[in-house]
Design a protein around this ligand. Structure first.
Ligand code: CTP
Ligand code: MG
Length: 374
């Protein structure tokens, strides 16, 4: 049973008032489109994802979607119904889920329930009970109390057997509808409900985008690395070449500081270590620029749902004196990590002539990283 997923993203986001599509505004390091897309993608329940985009946003949306496999961007329409219609013409699955791009908190459980529901019933929508009593009002006068026991708020994703929802959409003509379920109900028949999820809210107004209200989860990791000092090698620390009579030996550029930071980042998310991701048996990493590898590590952390929040590292080196290079190293790392410089704390120390560091045989770094959930 092949499952298609339409992510409706072709709106204007007028009520959010950002002056552009609300789904493309970066908040806490990520756009709503990225959040919604990755939430769906990582469930691995959709065989293809069709994203609708307005003509104006088409290139930006395509760029955001490009790292994901089996994602296609199609041009939407003036109304959500028209956008979904365009999306439906591009799908090949037996079951289709239609979801607002503005609902980034959708869960795997809800998607799975929707798929199972559509297979069983033909058409299902998730609903949550109304929190309040609902009344119909006209000209400032209540017309009818609807109570709350039989009143529900409708969410997405809404899921259907593809041939049925396509048949329904073929009959809509000029009529406007609230959502896809209503179209199914009007032209096909009974639309079943399943339990939605109160956290699956639709981001509509500016305050909905204040993610700081959501509880942020912080994680912490440590990393350590050590490289031998030898002649005829460069000494690179945090991507900065430091003039010295010796340099660090290694399969890559042996940037011991960046290596320790990468391990701290990976460890904070329980993502193994750099030896696992970039084995020194792989010729690909011979002479590798560690700052490039750092970019890959940041992407792994982001994929897991976290952003780098801060770095702290202590360099143990007898020589050269690093004091005057620390600002440049800090700046370079802050830029690579997309952090302000006051979130990157780098210190350096000698070991008072003790041990292999003291004998100038090697340089060690101990690093810590803090990441926060997005
Ligand atoms: N949508 C769409 N095509 C449209 C209109 C809306 O694909 N012509 C999408 C939106 O991008 C959004 C979802 O449908 O993800 C739900 O719509 P809504 O929350 O109303 O978003 P907007 O229409 O963009 O916002 P507004 O109504 O405030 O302009
Ligand atoms: Mg709208």
């Amino acid at each position: 049973m092949k499952v298609s997923f339409i992510l409706a993203c072709a709106g204007k986001g007028a009520r959010a008032g950002f002056g552009k599509n609300k789904l493309l505004v970066e908040k806490d390091g990520m756009t709503c489109l990225e959040r919604s897309l990755s939430a769906v993608y990582k469930t691995k329940l959709a065989h293809e994802i069709i994203v609708t985009a307005s003509n104006e946003d088409f290139d930006t949306v395509t760029k955001i979607c490009s790292p994901y496999e089996n994602v296609k961007v199609v041009v939407g329409g003036n109304t959500r119904t028209q956008s979904v219609k365009n999306g439906l013409s591009a799908i090949s699955g037996d079951i289709v889920l239609i979801h607002d791009g503005a609902r980034p908190f959708v869960t795997k459980k809800l998607i799975k329930d929707c798929i199972d529901g559509a297979i069983k019933h033909g058409g299902v929508i998730p609903v949550v009970p109304s929190r309040n009593t609902v009344v119909k009002v006209s000209e400032n006068v209540t017309k009818e109390y609807l109570g709350k026991d039989q009143i529900f708020s409708v969410q997405t994703p809404q899921a259907f057997k593809t041939e049925l929802i396509k048949k329904a959409f073929d009959q809509i003509g000029d009529k406007t509808f609230n959502d896809d379920g209503e179209i199914y109900k009007e032209f096909i028949g009974d639309l079943f409900v399943l339990q939605g999820d109160s956290s699956n809210v639709k981001l509509t107004y500016p305050e909905d985008f204040d993610f700081n209200k959501k509880k942020t989860e912080y994680r912490f990791g440590v990393g350590f690395d050590c490289h031998r000092l030898v002649e005829d090698r460069k000494l690179i620390l945090g991507g900065v070449e430091i003039p010295h009579v010796k340099g660090l030996l290694g399969h890559s550029d042996a940037d011991v500081l960046t290596h320790a930071i990468m391990d701290a980042l990976l460890s904070s998310c329980a993502l193994r270590d750099i030896g696992y991701h970039f084995p020194d048996t792989d010729a690909k990493y011979k002479g590798a620029n560690s700052m490039e590898l750092l970019k890959e590590v940041i992407a792994l952390v982001k994929d897991k749902g976290y952003l780098v929040d801060g770095i702290s590292a202590s360099i143990m080196a007898e020589k050269p004196k690093l004091l005057k290079f620390i600002p440049e190293i800090t700046k370079n790392l802050a830029c690579a990590l997309n952090l302000s410089e006051d979130k990157v704390g780098i210190t350096a120390t000698t070991l008072e002539g003790l041990g292999f560091v003291g004998r100038e045989e090697g340089i060690c770094v101990h690093a810590t990283a803090t990441v926060k959930s997005v």
